[in-house]
Ligand binder design. Structure first.
Ligand SMILES: [Zn+2]
Length: 343
């Protein structure tokens, strides 16, 4: 390999490990307290990558702090990812490498054969995987539902009025909740105003947890503090492949004529099958990320179940910032992000 190529390759490998520099840290009487990244001497990092001494200077010259953009001196410290962050990223990479192609093939297959889900290899795998997936007992008992009109109460709609939704097909009446009032309104009311009813769902268990987790989530760390994902690779690919959290952006723009007219919602193809497979595996419901707004959703399959009402419904209106957040919210590899405002 030519010298220049070797330098480039080494620099790229080292760069991918750096997350911060002293500029991102907090200082107490001149001493850095590392709050972003795990500190390591740059010299040690070069040694870990077996950078030959004669190339050190040239490699360091190519490195930049991804947080602030500054260049480095060879004697300084830089911040790297923690082991659990590296493990988390590796698990996602592995899951998508092993199952991603088949997952997306399944998604394409459903566009043409929405009723033959269970005949596809990935559909088959989901059906058998859910039978042994961990059952979650809910820790939180207060959940919220929103309605633009409160005349008909806050229970699930009768089957004949139920359209395809993210975790049900038309005619399948289900309980959908959000873990906070704003998220419930964001999901229900285009104009941003709705009545919100609080519920006490008691000690629900038997749930399938499809929420993405972060590297340092309690859910993903064992008693020793080691990273251990709560699901095996197939479910990791399902959660981090972003097919459960796709959204159709025009639906959220008030007055947008396309939203109501649109009958076919391919963004629900995978999630509807997932819900049915979970129900078939005797799970009671699903816990997932809200797709429209920061927060969690709880879906309970049994529409005859009746959780306790807490207090009276209150009217909640989202302010402009909240509406903009909803409009710009999207998922990338399990993480809810907002696109910068372009309008
Ligand atoms: Zn920096």
């Amino acid at each position: 390999m030519k010298r220049e190529d070797k330098i480039k390759k080494l620099a790229a490998a080292i760069q991918s490990e750096i997350v911060s520099c002293p500029n991102e840290q907090s200082y107490d009487e001149g001493d850095a307290i590392w709050i972003s990244g795990l500190p390591i001497d740059l010299q040690d990092l070069l040694m870990n990558h077996a950078v030959p001494e004669e190339l050190e200077e040239a490699v360091v010259a190519k490195l930049r702090c991804p947080s602030c953009g500054t260049s480095f001196k060879i004697w300084q410290e830089v911040g790297t990812k923690y082991d659990f962050e590296v493990s988390h990223e590796n698990v996602i990479d592995q899951a998508l490498a092993r199952h991603g192609k088949q997952l997306f093939d399944f998604y394409g297959f459903l566009h043409k054969n929405p009723l033959l889900e269970a005949s596809h290899p990935f559909g088959k795998k989901i059906l058998s995987e859910f039978k042994k997936a961990p059952r979650l007992a809910l820790q939180k008992s207060e959940w919220f539902r929103a309605r633009v009109n409160k005349e008909h109460g806050f229970g699930p709609a009768p089957a004949e009025l139920v359209a395809d939704q993210r975790y049900n097909s038309s005619g399948q009446s289900r309980w959908y909740f959000a873990d906070n009032a704003e998220t419930a309104v964001a999901e229900t009311a285009k104009e941003g105003t709705a009545w919100v009813q609080k519920f006490d769902v008691g000690n629900l268990d038997g749930l399938l947890d499809l929420r993405a987790w972060r590297a340092d989530d309690e859910r993903a760390l064992d008693s020793e503090g080691e990273y251990r994902p709560p699901h095996d690779l197939l479910l990791v690919s399902l959660v981090y492949g972003d097919l459960l959290t796709q959204r159709h952006f025009l639906d959220d723009i008030a007055g947008q004529p396309d939203a109501k007219a649109r009958q076919w919602k391919p963004e629900y193809l995978v999630s509807r099958f997932v819900a049915e497979a979970a129900s078939a595996a005797n799970l009671t419901g699903i816990l997932c990320n809200s797709v429209r707004y920061p927060g969690d959703n709880l879906i309970v399959f049994d529409s005859y179940w009746s959780p306790k009402l807490v207090g009276d419904p209150v009217s909640v209106t989202l302010d402009e910032d909240a509406l903009r957040l909803r409009q710009n919210y999207f998922f990338n590899q399990g993480e809810g992000l907002t696109i910068p405002d372009v309008g």
